[in-house]
Design a protein around this ligand. Structure first.
Ligand code: NAD
Length: 330
Protein backbone atom coordinates (compact mmCIF):
# COMPACT_ATOMS: atom_id res chain seq x y z
CA UNK A 1 0.00 0.00 0.00
CA UNK A 2 1.18 3.58 -0.71
CA UNK A 3 1.80 5.32 2.60
CA UNK A 4 2.86 8.95 3.02
CA UNK A 5 4.49 9.80 6.34
CA UNK A 6 4.23 13.34 7.68
CA UNK A 7 6.58 14.79 10.30
CA UNK A 8 9.03 11.95 9.80
CA UNK A 9 12.47 12.08 11.35
CA UNK A 10 15.66 10.12 10.68
CA UNK A 11 14.77 7.62 13.42
CA UNK A 12 11.24 7.06 12.04
CA UNK A 13 12.68 6.24 8.63
CA UNK A 14 15.29 3.93 10.13
CA UNK A 15 12.76 1.88 12.15
CA UNK A 16 10.01 1.82 9.51
CA UNK A 17 12.28 0.89 6.59
CA UNK A 18 13.72 -2.01 8.58
CA UNK A 19 10.36 -3.34 9.82
CA UNK A 20 8.71 -2.83 6.42
CA UNK A 21 10.92 -5.57 4.97
CA UNK A 22 8.31 -7.93 6.47
CA UNK A 23 5.32 -5.94 5.16
CA UNK A 24 6.33 -4.61 1.73
CA UNK A 25 4.41 -1.33 1.74
CA UNK A 26 5.55 1.62 -0.39
CA UNK A 27 6.67 4.24 2.11
CA UNK A 28 7.09 7.91 1.24
CA UNK A 29 8.70 9.96 4.02
CA UNK A 30 7.96 13.68 4.30
CA UNK A 31 9.56 15.85 6.97
CA UNK A 32 6.83 18.51 6.95
CA UNK A 33 3.98 18.29 9.44
CA UNK A 34 0.48 17.58 8.19
CA UNK A 35 -1.71 20.68 8.10
CA UNK A 36 -3.84 22.67 5.64
CA UNK A 37 -0.76 23.96 3.82
CA UNK A 38 0.95 20.58 3.36
CA UNK A 39 -1.95 18.20 2.88
CA UNK A 40 -1.59 18.23 -0.91
CA UNK A 41 1.82 16.58 -0.52
CA UNK A 42 0.04 13.36 0.48
CA UNK A 43 -0.47 12.99 -3.29
CA UNK A 44 -3.15 10.34 -3.53
CA UNK A 45 -1.52 8.03 -1.01
CA UNK A 46 -4.03 5.44 0.17
CA UNK A 47 -2.77 5.86 3.72
CA UNK A 48 -1.17 8.73 5.59
CA UNK A 49 0.88 8.07 8.68
CA UNK A 50 0.93 10.88 11.25
CA UNK A 51 2.24 11.71 14.72
CA UNK A 52 1.16 13.64 17.82
CA UNK A 53 1.37 17.21 16.49
CA UNK A 54 0.10 16.69 12.94
CA UNK A 55 -3.22 18.42 12.39
CA UNK A 56 -5.98 16.21 11.00
CA UNK A 57 -8.94 18.56 11.40
CA UNK A 58 -12.02 18.45 9.19
CA UNK A 59 -10.49 20.70 6.47
CA UNK A 60 -7.37 18.55 6.21
CA UNK A 61 -9.38 15.32 6.24
CA UNK A 62 -11.67 16.61 3.48
CA UNK A 63 -8.65 17.30 1.27
CA UNK A 64 -7.19 13.87 2.01
CA UNK A 65 -10.46 12.09 1.24
CA UNK A 66 -10.85 14.10 -1.98
CA UNK A 67 -7.40 12.99 -3.14
CA UNK A 68 -8.19 9.32 -2.48
CA UNK A 69 -6.75 8.66 0.96
CA UNK A 70 -8.67 5.95 2.82
CA UNK A 71 -6.70 5.44 6.03
CA UNK A 72 -5.17 7.70 8.66
CA UNK A 73 -2.62 5.65 10.61
CA UNK A 74 -1.47 7.33 13.82
CA UNK A 75 1.96 6.15 14.93
CA UNK A 76 1.13 7.07 18.53
CA UNK A 77 -1.47 6.34 21.21
CA UNK A 78 -3.16 9.76 21.62
CA UNK A 79 -5.67 10.82 18.94
CA UNK A 80 -6.77 14.27 20.19
CA UNK A 81 -5.34 15.81 16.98
CA UNK A 82 -7.78 13.97 14.67
CA UNK A 83 -11.38 15.09 14.10
CA UNK A 84 -12.84 11.59 14.38
CA UNK A 85 -16.39 12.67 13.55
CA UNK A 86 -15.25 14.35 10.33
CA UNK A 87 -13.18 11.27 9.43
CA UNK A 88 -16.19 8.98 9.91
CA UNK A 89 -18.43 11.29 7.83
CA UNK A 90 -15.85 11.19 5.03
CA UNK A 91 -15.50 7.40 5.20
CA UNK A 92 -11.89 7.62 6.37
CA UNK A 93 -10.71 4.96 8.81
CA UNK A 94 -8.44 5.98 11.69
CA UNK A 95 -6.11 3.55 13.44
CA UNK A 96 -3.56 4.07 16.21
CA UNK A 97 -1.04 2.25 18.39
CA UNK A 98 -2.92 1.93 21.67
CA UNK A 99 -0.06 0.33 23.57
CA UNK A 100 3.61 0.00 22.73
CA UNK A 101 5.67 0.43 25.84
CA UNK A 102 3.93 1.85 28.88
CA UNK A 103 7.30 1.26 30.58
CA UNK A 104 8.97 3.91 28.39
CA UNK A 105 6.60 6.67 29.54
CA UNK A 106 6.35 5.47 33.15
CA UNK A 107 10.15 5.26 33.46
CA UNK A 108 10.53 8.76 31.98
CA UNK A 109 8.02 9.99 34.56
CA UNK A 110 10.32 8.64 37.27
CA UNK A 111 13.32 10.24 35.54
CA UNK A 112 11.60 13.63 35.81
CA UNK A 113 10.61 13.04 39.46
CA UNK A 114 14.09 11.89 40.49
CA UNK A 115 15.93 14.60 38.57
CA UNK A 116 13.75 17.38 39.97
CA UNK A 117 14.04 15.98 43.47
CA UNK A 118 17.77 15.18 43.58
CA UNK A 119 18.78 17.91 41.08
CA UNK A 120 21.16 15.62 39.22
CA UNK A 121 21.02 17.94 36.18
CA UNK A 122 22.43 20.76 38.27
CA UNK A 123 24.93 18.52 40.08
CA UNK A 124 26.26 17.24 36.73
CA UNK A 125 27.13 20.76 35.60
CA UNK A 126 28.57 21.77 38.96
CA UNK A 127 30.89 18.79 39.26
CA UNK A 128 32.18 19.26 35.71
CA UNK A 129 33.16 22.79 36.70
CA UNK A 130 34.92 21.60 39.85
CA UNK A 131 32.16 22.95 42.11
CA UNK A 132 31.44 20.34 44.77
CA UNK A 133 29.25 22.54 46.97
CA UNK A 134 25.97 20.92 48.01
CA UNK A 135 24.15 24.19 48.60
CA UNK A 136 20.78 24.14 46.84
CA UNK A 137 20.93 20.42 46.02
CA UNK A 138 18.93 19.09 48.99
CA UNK A 139 16.25 16.57 48.04
CA UNK A 140 13.76 14.44 49.95
CA UNK A 141 13.24 10.70 50.38
CA UNK A 142 10.64 9.38 47.94
CA UNK A 143 10.06 6.56 50.41
CA UNK A 144 7.02 7.39 52.52
CA UNK A 145 5.82 10.25 50.26
CA UNK A 146 2.33 10.35 48.75
CA UNK A 147 1.98 10.41 44.96
CA UNK A 148 -1.35 11.13 43.27
CA UNK A 149 -1.90 9.73 39.78
CA UNK A 150 -4.63 11.22 37.61
CA UNK A 151 -5.51 8.42 35.17
CA UNK A 152 -4.47 4.87 35.95
CA UNK A 153 -4.60 3.11 32.60
CA UNK A 154 -1.62 1.30 31.07
CA UNK A 155 1.00 3.96 31.83
CA UNK A 156 -0.50 5.00 35.16
CA UNK A 157 -0.48 1.40 36.36
CA UNK A 158 3.20 0.84 35.51
CA UNK A 159 4.03 4.16 37.19
CA UNK A 160 2.09 3.06 40.28
CA UNK A 161 4.05 -0.23 40.41
CA UNK A 162 7.40 1.59 40.22
CA UNK A 163 6.34 4.09 42.89
CA UNK A 164 5.20 1.26 45.15
CA UNK A 165 8.72 -0.16 44.79
CA UNK A 166 10.07 3.14 46.15
CA UNK A 167 7.78 2.80 49.18
CA UNK A 168 5.36 5.58 48.20
CA UNK A 169 1.69 5.78 49.09
CA UNK A 170 -0.09 5.91 45.74
CA UNK A 171 -3.44 7.70 45.40
CA UNK A 172 -5.41 7.68 42.18
CA UNK A 173 -8.27 9.47 40.52
CA UNK A 174 -9.80 7.94 37.40
CA UNK A 175 -13.24 7.81 35.82
CA UNK A 176 -12.85 3.99 35.84
CA UNK A 177 -11.32 2.13 38.78
CA UNK A 178 -8.97 -0.75 37.98
CA UNK A 179 -8.97 -3.92 40.10
CA UNK A 180 -5.32 -4.47 39.11
CA UNK A 181 -4.37 -1.10 40.59
CA UNK A 182 -6.30 -1.82 43.77
CA UNK A 183 -4.55 -5.20 44.09
CA UNK A 184 -1.14 -3.51 44.26
CA UNK A 185 -2.41 -1.11 46.92
CA UNK A 186 -3.38 1.96 44.91
CA UNK A 187 -6.01 3.96 46.82
CA UNK A 188 -8.70 5.63 44.72
CA UNK A 189 -9.86 9.02 46.00
CA UNK A 190 -11.76 12.06 44.79
CA UNK A 191 -9.79 14.61 42.79
CA UNK A 192 -10.10 17.06 45.67
CA UNK A 193 -8.61 14.52 48.16
CA UNK A 194 -5.82 13.70 45.72
CA UNK A 195 -4.91 17.39 45.40
CA UNK A 196 -4.96 17.86 49.18
CA UNK A 197 -2.94 14.79 50.13
CA UNK A 198 -0.32 14.39 47.38
CA UNK A 199 3.31 15.51 47.61
CA UNK A 200 3.71 14.66 43.92
CA UNK A 201 0.95 14.70 41.28
CA UNK A 202 1.48 12.97 37.94
CA UNK A 203 -0.90 13.10 34.98
CA UNK A 204 -1.65 9.94 32.97
CA UNK A 205 -5.13 10.60 31.55
CA UNK A 206 -5.85 11.46 27.91
CA UNK A 207 -6.59 14.98 26.68
CA UNK A 208 -10.36 15.23 26.27
CA UNK A 209 -12.85 18.10 26.67
CA UNK A 210 -13.18 16.92 30.31
CA UNK A 211 -9.44 17.03 31.04
CA UNK A 212 -8.60 20.23 29.09
CA UNK A 213 -6.99 22.63 31.63
CA UNK A 214 -7.86 20.25 34.46
CA UNK A 215 -4.85 21.71 36.28
CA UNK A 216 -6.01 25.32 36.57
CA UNK A 217 -5.88 28.06 39.24
CA UNK A 218 -8.58 26.35 41.26
CA UNK A 219 -6.92 22.92 41.23
CA UNK A 220 -3.50 24.38 42.09
CA UNK A 221 -4.98 26.29 45.05
CA UNK A 222 -6.20 22.95 46.51
CA UNK A 223 -2.73 21.35 46.34
CA UNK A 224 -0.10 21.10 49.08
CA UNK A 225 2.40 23.93 49.32
CA UNK A 226 5.55 23.00 47.37
CA UNK A 227 3.82 20.22 45.41
CA UNK A 228 5.69 18.52 42.55
CA UNK A 229 3.64 18.42 39.35
CA UNK A 230 4.54 16.06 36.48
CA UNK A 231 2.94 15.90 33.04
CA UNK A 232 3.98 13.23 30.53
CA UNK A 233 0.50 12.97 29.06
CA UNK A 234 -0.72 15.87 26.91
CA UNK A 235 0.19 19.53 27.31
CA UNK A 236 -3.27 21.09 27.38
CA UNK A 237 -4.30 19.14 30.49
CA UNK A 238 -2.34 21.90 32.26
CA UNK A 239 -3.16 25.60 32.03
CA UNK A 240 0.41 26.88 31.58
CA UNK A 241 -0.41 30.41 32.76
CA UNK A 242 -1.95 29.07 35.99
CA UNK A 243 1.15 26.95 36.57
CA UNK A 244 3.42 29.97 36.09
CA UNK A 245 1.41 31.80 38.78
CA UNK A 246 1.76 28.73 41.01
CA UNK A 247 5.54 28.66 40.47
CA UNK A 248 5.89 32.38 41.19
CA UNK A 249 3.94 32.08 44.45
CA UNK A 250 6.00 28.92 45.31
CA UNK A 251 2.78 26.92 45.69
CA UNK A 252 4.31 24.64 43.06
CA UNK A 253 7.76 23.56 44.22
CA UNK A 254 8.75 21.51 41.18
CA UNK A 255 7.40 21.12 37.66
CA UNK A 256 8.34 18.33 35.24
CA UNK A 257 6.91 18.49 31.73
CA UNK A 258 7.39 16.23 28.74
CA UNK A 259 4.49 17.87 26.94
CA UNK A 260 3.35 21.48 26.51
CA UNK A 261 0.07 22.85 25.26
CA UNK A 262 1.64 24.80 22.37
CA UNK A 263 4.38 22.23 21.66
CA UNK A 264 3.32 21.89 18.00
CA UNK A 265 5.43 24.97 17.11
CA UNK A 266 8.46 23.83 19.10
CA UNK A 267 9.00 20.18 19.79
CA UNK A 268 10.83 17.66 17.60
CA UNK A 269 12.73 20.47 15.80
CA UNK A 270 16.20 21.93 16.31
CA UNK A 271 15.44 25.59 17.02
CA UNK A 272 18.79 26.29 18.67
CA UNK A 273 19.58 29.06 16.15
CA UNK A 274 16.13 30.62 16.27
CA UNK A 275 14.41 33.00 18.70
CA UNK A 276 11.60 31.23 20.57
CA UNK A 277 8.51 33.39 20.16
CA UNK A 278 6.37 31.67 22.80
CA UNK A 279 6.74 33.88 25.90
CA UNK A 280 4.82 31.48 28.14
CA UNK A 281 7.21 28.65 27.29
CA UNK A 282 10.26 30.86 27.79
CA UNK A 283 8.93 31.97 31.20
CA UNK A 284 8.55 28.30 32.17
CA UNK A 285 12.15 27.64 31.13
CA UNK A 286 13.37 30.45 33.36
CA UNK A 287 12.53 28.69 36.66
CA UNK A 288 15.33 26.49 38.02
CA UNK A 289 12.77 24.08 39.55
CA UNK A 290 11.20 23.39 36.14
CA UNK A 291 12.47 20.54 33.98
CA UNK A 292 11.16 20.25 30.42
CA UNK A 293 11.83 17.48 27.92
CA UNK A 294 10.53 17.70 24.36
CA UNK A 295 7.95 14.89 24.21
CA UNK A 296 10.56 12.16 24.52
CA UNK A 297 8.91 9.93 27.14
CA UNK A 298 7.99 7.36 24.47
CA UNK A 299 11.43 7.44 22.89
CA UNK A 300 13.06 4.07 23.60
CA UNK A 301 14.14 1.44 21.09
CA UNK A 302 11.56 -0.95 22.59
CA UNK A 303 8.74 1.56 22.13
CA UNK A 304 9.85 2.48 18.60
CA UNK A 305 9.88 -1.19 17.60
CA UNK A 306 6.37 -1.62 19.02
CA UNK A 307 5.07 1.54 17.31
CA UNK A 308 6.55 0.51 13.96
CA UNK A 309 5.29 -3.07 14.07
CA UNK A 310 1.73 -2.18 15.12
CA UNK A 311 1.43 0.73 12.66
CA UNK A 312 2.49 -1.43 9.70
CA UNK A 313 0.23 -4.27 10.87
CA UNK A 314 -2.70 -1.81 11.12
CA UNK A 315 -2.03 -0.74 7.52
CA UNK A 316 -1.78 -4.35 6.29
CA UNK A 317 -5.03 -5.27 8.08
CA UNK A 318 -6.79 -2.41 6.33
CA UNK A 319 -5.32 -3.41 2.96
CA UNK A 320 -6.40 -7.03 3.40
CA UNK A 321 -9.91 -6.09 4.64
CA UNK A 322 -9.28 -7.66 8.05
CA UNK A 323 -10.97 -6.32 11.22
CA UNK A 324 -9.20 -3.17 12.42
CA UNK A 325 -8.43 -4.04 16.03
CA UNK A 326 -6.84 -0.65 16.65
CA UNK A 327 -9.49 1.47 14.96
CA UNK A 328 -10.41 4.74 16.70
CA UNK A 329 -14.09 5.56 16.44
CA UNK A 330 -15.74 8.93 17.23
P1 NAD B 1 -4.94 4.46 28.78
O1 NAD B 1 -6.12 4.68 27.88
O2 NAD B 1 -4.46 3.07 29.04
O3 NAD B 1 -5.24 5.13 30.21
C1 NAD B 1 -5.84 6.39 30.36
C2 NAD B 1 -6.57 6.38 31.70
O4 NAD B 1 -7.11 7.70 31.88
C3 NAD B 1 -7.75 5.40 31.74
O5 NAD B 1 -7.70 4.62 32.91
C4 NAD B 1 -8.97 6.31 31.69
O6 NAD B 1 -10.10 5.77 32.39
C5 NAD B 1 -8.43 7.55 32.40
N1 NAD B 1 -9.24 8.74 32.15
C6 NAD B 1 -9.96 9.07 31.06
N2 NAD B 1 -10.59 10.24 31.26
C7 NAD B 1 -10.28 10.64 32.51
C8 NAD B 1 -10.64 11.77 33.29
N3 NAD B 1 -11.49 12.70 32.83
N4 NAD B 1 -10.12 11.87 34.53
C9 NAD B 1 -9.29 10.91 35.03
N5 NAD B 1 -8.93 9.81 34.34
C10 NAD B 1 -9.41 9.69 33.08
O7 NAD B 1 -3.79 5.37 28.17
P2 NAD B 1 -2.21 5.23 28.43
O8 NAD B 1 -1.62 4.33 27.43
O9 NAD B 1 -1.97 4.97 29.88
O10 NAD B 1 -1.73 6.72 28.06
C11 NAD B 1 -2.13 7.84 28.83
C12 NAD B 1 -1.80 9.10 28.06
O11 NAD B 1 -0.38 9.23 27.97
C13 NAD B 1 -2.26 9.07 26.60
O12 NAD B 1 -3.58 9.55 26.48
C14 NAD B 1 -1.29 9.98 25.91
O13 NAD B 1 -1.85 11.28 25.83
C15 NAD B 1 -0.09 10.03 26.84
N6 NAD B 1 1.14 9.50 26.22
C16 NAD B 1 2.24 10.28 26.21
C17 NAD B 1 3.41 9.81 25.65
C18 NAD B 1 4.68 10.63 25.65
O14 NAD B 1 5.63 10.31 24.92
N7 NAD B 1 4.78 11.68 26.44
C19 NAD B 1 3.43 8.54 25.06
C20 NAD B 1 2.28 7.76 25.10
C21 NAD B 1 1.13 8.24 25.69
Amino acid sequence: MDVTFFNSKVYDKQFFVEENKRFGHKLNFLEVPLNEKTVLLAREAEAVCIFVNDIADSKVLQQLAKAGTKLVALRCAGFNNVDLKAAADLGLKVVRVPAYSPYAVAEHTLALILTLNRKTHRAYNRVREGNFSLNGLMGFDLHGRTVGLIGVGKIGLVTARILKGFGCTVLAYDVRESAEAQEIGVEYTSLEQLYQRSDIISLHCPLTPQTYHLINDYAIASMKDGVMLINTSRGAIIDSRAVIKGLKSEKIGYLGLDVYEEEGDLFFEDLSNKVIQDDVFVRLLSFNNVLITGHQAFFTTDAMQGITRVTLQNISDFEEGKPLVNEVLP
